[in-house]
Design a protein around this ligand. Structure first.
Ligand SMILES: *Cc1c(COP(=O)(O)O)cnc(C)c1O
Length: 431
């Protein structure tokens, strides 16, 4: 992978795609399931993982590969695997190192979909999870670690609780357990935080959100730092022992700092097939070209709107880690100094009913189940994304019944404020 030394903004724009003379200036879409060879030996090498060429799009595709390389460059990792969705990325990251009888320590303040994946679907496969309060002192968190623990999991910026992960504490916790720290960096994006610089070993993303940025397609990725020692401690036999489905390949021995990704591609993309489509890779690759600019504007608009709401008479409370009175302000300053991203949570005065009324009065702002779009949008998590959780689990995940989550877009900030102001004015009339 070349050009690694270029600055973040330049990688966003140019990434790793460089057209040869007379070739397309924009990344081409390799809309082909398969790739032609002229002899059996070349194909056999592909099946033995001896060649980096393409064979079949379920396992790899030139367009998808360009997106993978770009994400690895942006995060500062050694390799990335693209997945059909963020959920698929989390599933593969976990299944790559966990099986029945294994255990994960996960922050409770994570995305509702991840909470279900870990707590419901993976529980059915015999993977056990403890959801923990991420703000507990290190010693109390350490009490959740067991001999069967295989990973520690958290989100840089929790969706939608807007908690910031204390990376120093969580990476020490993972080190003590001898397991990787897996971090979902979806809402922060590498433009605002690079988890590998703070001790994470594996980073996952829903690329559906800020990476795409235009709400046009679903995708995910898993990126590895290349620094985790899979041999120490004997906890990860799948990385060390021969894989008979590949003539006895030992992934860590053979692939070193990209072993986690090679194993995931070779075993999980092969067997689960949650592959990203080339068209989606093209769209997300395109979206990433403006990631640095968008995250700057999303953050600036969000801070300005949060300040406006904070002083508004119809607003009960505002949570945004960029506000100085916020619980996570100091962690945000430490780990996301360039901006606290574009997501705000707030409660309208008048509780749940007023919250619902407010959503109906918005004009510019859309009510959608999404974050990270260029368009400002809102959502009521208690009745939508987190409705599968019990009331108790909702509170544990940081969701109040009146919470409204805003994904602040990149429109003119005065237009956004005006829309919120008029909708809050309408709610006031109804009280
Ligand atoms: C949306 C989201 C996911 C799931 O991603 P999909 O692409 O919708 O499958 C995971 N984590 C976070 C933080 C998210 O916001």
């Amino acid at each position: 992978m070349k050009d690694r030394s270029k600055s973040f903004e330049t990688i966003c724009v140019h990434g790793n795609y460089e057209a040869a003379s007379g070739q397309p200036h924009v990344l081409p879409i390799a809309q082909s399931t398969t790739f032609r060879y002229y002899n059996a030996k070349d194909v056999a090498e592909l099946f033995d993982l001896e060649s980096a060429n393409f064979m079949y799009t379920r396992l790899g595709n030139p367009t998808v590969n360009k997106l993978e390389e770009k994400m690895a460059m942006l995060e500062g990792g050694t390799a990335a695997i693209a997945a059909s969705s963020g959920q698929a990325a989390t599933l593969m990251a976990v299944l790559n190192i966990c099986g029945a009888g294994d255990h994960i320590v996960a922050a409770a303040n994570i995305y509702g979909g991840t909470h279900n994946l870990l707590g419901v679907s993976l529980a059915k496969l015999g993977i056990e999870v403890d959801f923990v309060d991420q703000d507990l002192p290190e010693e109390e968190l350490a009490a959740f670690i067991k001999p069967s623990t295989k990973a520690v999991f958290g989100e840089t910026l929790g969706n939608p609780a807007l908690s910031i992960l204390d990376f120093d504490k969580f990476s020490r916790l993972a080190k003590r357990a001898g397991v990787p720290l897996i971090v979902d960096n979806t809402l922060a994006t590498p433009a605002l935080c690079k988890p590998f610089e703070h001790g994470a070993d594996i980073v996952i993303h829903s690329l559906t959100k800020y990476a795409d940025g235009h709400a046009s397609c679903v995708g995910g990725t898993v990126i590895e730092s290349g620094k985790f020692d899979w041999a120490a401690g004997g906890k990860f036999p799948g990385m060390i022992e021969p894989d008979e489905s590949y003539h006895g390949i030992k992934f860590y021995e053979k692939f070193g700092d990209i072993a986690f990704s090679m194993k995931m591609r070779g075993q999980l993309l092969r067997d689960l097939g949650c592959t990203m489509a080339p068209m989606n890779a093209y769209l997300i690759h395109q979206g990433l070209q403006t990631l640095h600019l968008r995250m700057e504007r999303h953050s600036a608009n969000a801070l300005s709107l949060a300040e406006f709401l904070h002083t508004h008479e119809m607003v009960e409370w505002v949570v945004y880690p960029g506000l100085p009175h916020d619980k996570y302000y100091s962690l945000a300053q430490k780990y996301m100094p360039k901006g606290a991203s574009g997501v705000i949570a707030f409660g309208v005065k008048g509780g749940r009913k007023a919250g619902e009324e407010f959503l109906e009065k918005l004009r510019l702002t859309s009510v959608v189940v999404h974050v990270g779009d260029v368009r400002t949008s809102v959502l009521h998590p208690a009745s939508t994304t987190h409705r599968q959780l019990s009331d108790e689990e909702q509170v544990k995940a940081g969701i109040k019944p009146e919470l409204i989550r805003i994904s602040v877009g990149i429109e003119n900030i005065d237009d956004i404020k005006e829309d919120f102001d008029q909708a809050l004015g309408e709610v006031k009339k109804c009280l």
